[in-house]
Write a protein that binds this ligand. Structure first.
Ligand code: SIN
Ligand code: CO
Length: 388
């Protein structure tokens, strides 16, 4: 992807300029980011998803049994029949994993690393509906799908920003509005992390939130050190050979701290393990239970592909690849595989292609290592074999 090509999705900005001036920094309103946007899912279908056990959904009523009442799905069939005329919103998480047409929207965001994408959340709101003034800890693109929504943006927030006393919702006590726009279908608003925002529906409206993910510093430290710990033998310990005699046996001296820092630096700086952990962590699926594998052998796979079968990424799987020293590594749904550098084009194809088939796999069908990789991904469930 050429970072210097102007993108309609970014209102004519190039990916390079967007990343330099806006990403993680400041909001950007893009009128007609997706012109002629056709809403890929109806409000009724969205409500239908919210009935499903495996789907995460929430209903927020500004004037419910309590102010800003939160109800959590899955919902019963009649849950939407007794709702007030206005001021409520239904939010459904990770719709991209359940509706392929919604997953297709993510194609437009290829100018950003795919492993940073979290999910596409969709909200349906009646007039006045919204989730209150709040901030999120992640970047989000808010695409208007149907109807119109008024977005107000405000101050930059942090962990100390005062919130309303509410058990479940993080609503800001103070909202210092700096700008306001009404978004129509196809319009999009990019918001950096921690910027206060407040969306209210002008009429029955649907908004698509393309949300990104970034591990917290606490997650990086705790998860990486847990991962590292598996590779360290119990025998490797804090050691103080050549320690200077201590004048007070009760004092922990500065040189002990230096020894600890050296021990930490030695292991924390292991780039191979750091990359392996990071790739595994960033590709961990949100719904691992939706990833079930199938066992095939090479002959069965080849026969299916020659008969027109396609391999498609399980919508719940996440894939990424990287270089680790002279090797390549493929990360698939929280697991990693070290592969020889000769498989580079296959790895790129597996991560990027909508579907793998006899045509685009071409010579890889005669490559043993390549075929075994495909079989492993099918066995793990990240790829699914579908007869066309
Ligand atoms: C919404 O779509 O109503 C909420 C999206 C957000 O503010 O993060
Ligand atoms: Co938000």
């Amino acid at each position: 992807m050429n970072p210097d090509v102007p993108l309609q999705l970014l209102g004519g900005l190039t990916a390079r300029v967007f990343l330099r001036d806006y990403w993680q920094k400041k909001p950007l309103l893009i009128r007609q980011a997706l012109p002629d946007f056709e809403n890929p899912i109806s409000a009724d279908e969205l409500a239908g998803l919210a009935l499903e056990e495996e789907v995460e959904s929430r209903l927020v009523l500004e004037h419910g049994e309590s102010p800003w009442e939160l109800r959590s799905g899955p919902f019963a069939e009649d849950a939407f029949t007794h709702l007030p005329e206005r001021d409520w919103t239904l939010l459904v998480q990770a719709v991209d994993q359940f509706v392929p047409e919604v997953a297709d929207l993510l194609q437009h965001f290829r100018f950003l690393p795919s492993w940073r994408i979290d999910d596409v959340m969709i909200s349906f709101a009646t007039p006045g509906g919204g989730v209150g003034p709040h901030f999120d800890n992640y970047d989000v693109f808010l695409l208007q799908g149907q109807g119109s929504r008024r977005w107000r943006i405000g101050q930059m927030c942090d962990a100390d920003s005062p919130l309303l006393e509410h058990a479940d919702l993080r609503i800001l006590q103070h909202f210092e509005q700096t700008d306001e726009w009404v978004l129509e279908p196809g319009d999009m608003l990019y918001l950096p992390p921690r910027l206060a925002h407040y969306g209210t529906a002008e009429d029955d409206c649907m908004t698509y939130s393309v949300g990104f993910r970034a591990p917290s510093a606490a997650e990086v430290l705790t998860h990486f050190t847990d991962f590292l710990g598996q590779f360290l033998p119990d025998e490797e310990r804090y050691s103080d050979a050549d320690a200077a005699p201590s004048s007070d046996p009760h004092q922990i001296q500065r040189d002990s701290l230096d020894r600890l820092k050296a021990l930490l630096a030695e292991h924390m700086g292991d780039e191979r393990l750091l990359m392996t952990w990071f790739g595994q962590f960033m590709t961990e699926p949100r719904y691992p239970e939706r990833i079930a594998g199938t066992e095939l052998d090479q002959d069965q796979l080849l026969a299916s592909l020659h008969d027109g079968a396609v391999l498609i990424r399980n919508p719940s799987a996440r894939l990424a690849w990287s270089e680790v020293g002279a090797d390549l590594v493929l990360f698939a749904s929280g697991q990693s595989r070290l592969l020889s550098a000769s498989l580079r084009d296959l790895l790129k194809l597996i991560c990027a292609a909508d579907a793998l088939h006899a045509d685009n796999l071409g010579p890889w069908l005669a490559n043993d290592e390549g075929l075994n990789l495909l079989l492993e991904l099918i066995k793990q469930g990240s790829l699914e074999c579908a007869d066309e």
